[in-house]
Design a protein around this ligand. Sequence first.
Ligand SMILES: [Zn+2]
Length: 135
Amino acid sequence: MPERTLPRVLDTHAQAWWDGLRKHRLLLQHCADCGHPRMPPGPICPECWSDKHEWRAHVGTGTVTSFVWYMQPLDPRFTEVPYNVSLVALDGGPVVVSNVLDVAFGALKIGDRVRARFCDEPAGFTSLMFVQENA
Ligand SMILES: [Zn+2]
């Protein structure tokens, strides 16, 4: 597995997200007034403009809503191809961009149920990935 690097844009609004992942917990920022889940985390609710928020644990399950397979690495560090980049609609939550691991090319389908897998990266952070629920 190639070494992944922490995104350079790491603002204070996302710190609880990264801290939760490090503890293998999926925490989502929700508006404290209307309950809307914010992704990415931010200072203002896009639904009601409230500046109040709270972090809630999510069970980590969702549904694949779209995906693409990369047959050639876009980054030379990612030499293991093919790999997918998938949109996962978290149950009752927002859509996140991630990878579904341990799935062969052609075996991933829109509508597949997935669950979170927390991947501790050598660079010292944890990334959120998914695996198929039936895997
Ligand atoms: Zn709100």
